[in-house]
Design a protein around this ligand. Structure first.
Ligand SMILES: Cc1cc2nc3c(=O)[nH]c(=O)nc-3n(C[C@H](O)[C@H](O)[C@H](O)COP(=O)(O)O)c2cc1C
Ligand code: SF4
Ligand code: SF4
Length: 252
């Protein structure tokens, strides 16, 4: 069973690709997270968890979803983390999570895809994004073969800076940067409601046709990137910047 969380579509794409190639069932965790519920999952095949990387670890909302769920049947778990650059020492924390859930970790893989974090960086330039997607397709094919054959994924080497990023910078990042405070809406808004629909945390309500942000935000960038008129900005940092939303489907 392939279970994914995704803000702007990269991890959804990766999960769809793996599910297609391993002929496995696909489950979207966003719907569970949005509804603040979990489930008793059962799978004869290994669990494959796919998600973005947030500050060199699993997104906290996805970790919490796995912590609170029940995963019966197969006791094997693979993790695929899409990222713009690297996943740091995320594997160590995933190892602990698997121990807690009685899952045997079969490997953690970083999958570089176009950058979505426009609150901090520029998104990846279009021609480079295309090349990255071609490479990602090759990696997804290789990962799917490992998973279908029940093999462990190749080990990822970590260095001291990876350990520092995932252990020290991750909590600082969450306490200083992850907040809905910086989002604001311009008069380009056409009241379509997509931002509210796409928010995986139900943090946006439409009031008088305009989005009103609550306090529960994980900085996934879904709202700002899915808005069809680019009416949402984050502080002054996103003005004039390209948006990124991956709505393509893998061709196998
Ligand atoms: C809040 C946040 C934190 C991120 N942190 C990292 C990171 O630590 N390392 C990295 O390589 N990419 C990082 N990224 C980039 C995303 O992991 C990457 O673009 C991912 O593929 C987005 O997946 P999605 O489209 O499924 O949401 C971050 C993005 C966001 C929104
Ligand atoms: S408010 Fe926007 S950035 Fe925050 S969780 Fe919802 S969609 Fe993601
Ligand atoms: S997605 Fe954009 S246009 Fe649609 S309601 Fe939200 S801010 Fe307005």
């Amino acid at each position: 069973m392939v279970i994914y969380f995704s803000g702007t579509g990269n991890s959804r794409y990766a999960a769809e690709s793996i599910a297609l190639q391993t002929k496995d069932k696909l489950v979207c965790a966003n719907e569970y997270i949005k509804a603040e519920k979990t489930d008793d999952f059962f799978s004869d095949t290994p669990y494959v968890f796919v998600s973005p990387t947030y500050a060199w670890r699993l997104p906290r909302v996805f970790s919490a979803f796995i912590e609170s769920g029940s995963f019966k049947g197969s006791n094997s778990a693979y993790f695929v983390m899409t990222c713009g650059d690297d996943i740091g020492n995320a594997g160590t924390y995933i190892g602990k999570l698997c121990e807690m859930k009685d899952l045997k970790l079969k490997g953690v893989s970083a999958l570089v895809m176009p950058e979505n974090y426009l609150a901090v960086y520029d998104v990846t330039e279009k021609s480079e994004a295309k090349l990255l997607m071609n490479e990602a397709d090759k990696t997804l094919k290789a990962l799917s073969d490992f998973i279908a054959n029940g093999q462990d994924l190749p080990e990822v080497k970590t260095v001291v800076t990876d350990i520092l990023k995932s252990s020290l910078i991750n909590p600082v990042f969450y306490s200083l940067i992850v907040s809905a405070k910086g989002f604001h809406v311009t008069d380009k808004c056409i009241s379509c409601g997509k931002c509210a629909e796409f928010c995986p945390l139900n943090n946006i309500k439409l009031e008088g046709g305009k989005p009103l942000y609550g306090k529960n935000c994980t900085h996934c960038m879904a709202c700002i990137c899915a808005c069809p008129t680019e009416a949402i900005e984050y502080k002054k940092r996103t003005v004039g910047k390209e948006r990124y939303y991956n709505s393509s489907s893998p061709e196998i």
